[in-house]
Design a protein around this ligand. Structure first.
Ligand SMILES: [Zn+2]
Length: 431
């Protein structure tokens, strides 16, 4: 655990003193009135002055000028003067069961760390995420840790441990010979960081298994390298991808596709996936196709930066090829008008550092306003939860973050989180 994290936990102990089942998720009994802050409006593009926010139970009961809000007498008042209130942030691509590769390589995490250790390590990772203002994660694969994401999701939902709301995919789907750990003598049957499944029968069975185990989404690796150091190539056929999406759809689940090559992106989009992950080599043609079919992109810029750092690159020195490539792709993606959601691939780098993705989006040409939307309104839409997440709006879940400064002008203000409220529970209050 690093010092920052220790400090965060120490600072929040006062708020989270009562530990027990339900301690972190019970419906709050006292109403809360937030006053004095500037509040991000419904469009996510403007800050409103003079709005009070009334929270009753888990939801926002009202957002209006003070004189119009009917506040219960026993409401707890929180003066947020000088702060900016935004919706709880959403990272649509995380790996809670991974930790930074400069601590332990991905191979060693998958092959040597026990499921129990990995699961326990995810608990402070969830807390760090929540304290950074990220109240919702779509966790895109346990990377060999079985169905531990479902357990984490349920533990948070039951109030056993504090953490963000989690959308889980469980193990993810990979084709035979198309995922790591790889590079071993072919005689050895080495465990993989995802579920290996091929062909119509195999894929339908695997999708059904994952759904039965609690998946909220299905994740597929539509391309990958066949050996360490090789370039990515498409893994699943068009028909196999069609089968995955068809089977998931039968159960009402959307599909996320890891795809960096244009061909894998094209096949995934034609199959009907909801999101493309990474998309590092996306051509203008496939970006246009994504836009046409309403498929969102999670660019995972922060992961690309982390990989470069792990290979010796230092921020400020000339861009290595990997970062050049991501910048070019992101420029094309912005120009194409494709929907871009905040998906960072956190876990490759430190949990709680999710906002790095938004900083890089802005560095690479997106406006701070659009970046903030990518982690709020847009991400909520991608999750199919535009009706109760991603906005400070009446009847939405009370996931609320107060920061110092104006994130519409300076995205780095997302690093100065002062208050975090999730489901109406005050998680941190550092006023
Ligand atoms: Zn990932």
């Amino acid at each position: 655990m690093n010092r920052t994290m220790t400090k965060h936990i120490a600072m929040s102990v006062g708020v989270l003193a009562v530990v027990g089942a339900g301690a972190y998720a019970d419906e709050p009994k006292t109403a809360i009135l937030l006053t004095g802050a500037q509040v991000l409006d419904l469009s996510g593009e403007r800050l409103l002055e003079g709005r009070d926010i009334l929270i009753i139970g888990k939801r926002i009961a009202d957002v209006a000028p003070a004189q119009f809000v009917q506040t219960p007498d026993d409401a707890k008042r929180m003066d947020l003067s000088g702060l900016t209130v935004i919706p709880g942030l959403i990272d649509a691509h995380s790996h809670l069961l991974l930790h930074p590769y400069d601590e332990t390589s991905w191979n060693d995490q998958v092959l040597k760390e026990s499921l129990e250790l990995r699961t326990i390590r995810a608990v402070p990772a969830m807390r760090a995420t929540l304290e950074a203002g990220f109240t919702t994660l779509r966790d895109l694969g346990t990377e060999g840790a079985g169905y531990a994401d479902v357990a984490l999701r349920d533990a948070v939902a039951q109030g056993i441990v504090p953490g963000p709301r989690i959308f889980a995919v469980t193990r993810a789907l990979v084709a035979t010979g198309c995922y790591g750990p790889s590079g071993f003598d072919p005689r050895w049957d080495v465990p993989k960081g995802a579920q290996v499944a091929d062909g119509e029968d195999g894929l339908r069975r695997a999708v059904r298994q994952q759904i039965a185990a609690g998946a909220d989404w299905i994740k597929v690796y539509a391309d990958y390298r066949r050996k360490p150091g090789d370039p990515s190539t498409p893994t699943y056929s068009q028909n196999e991808l069609n089968v995955i999406v068809d089977e998931a759809r039968s159960a009402g689940l959307p599909v996320a596709s890891h795809a960096v090559t244009s061909e894998a992106i094209r096949r995934s989009v034609l199959a009907g996936v909801a999101t493309i992950e990474h998309g590092y080599n996306a051509s203008e043609e496939v970006l246009a196709l994504m836009r046409e079919r309403g498929v969102a992109l999670c660019p995972t810029l922060a992961a690309a930066e982390a990989y470069a750092r792990y290979r010796g690159w230092e921020p400020g020195s000339p861009d290595p090829p990997r970062i050049k490539q991501t910048k070019e792709m992101f420029t094309r993606a912005l120009a194409s008008g494709v929907t871009i959601a905040c998906g960072s691939d956190v876990g490759v780098f430190a949990h709680g550092d999710n906002a790095r993705e938004l900083e890089l989006m802005v560095d690479y040409g997106m406006s701070p306003t659009a970046a903030l939307k990518a982690a709020t309104i847009t991400a909520a839409g991608v999750l199919g939860r535009a009706d109760d997440l991603g906005r400070i709006a009446k009847d939405h879940l009370a996931d609320i973050v107060a920061v110092r400064g104006n994130p519409l002008e300076d995205i780095a203000t997302l690093r100065s989180v002062v208050v975090v409220i999730k489901d109406g529970n005050v998680i941190i209050d550092r006023r």
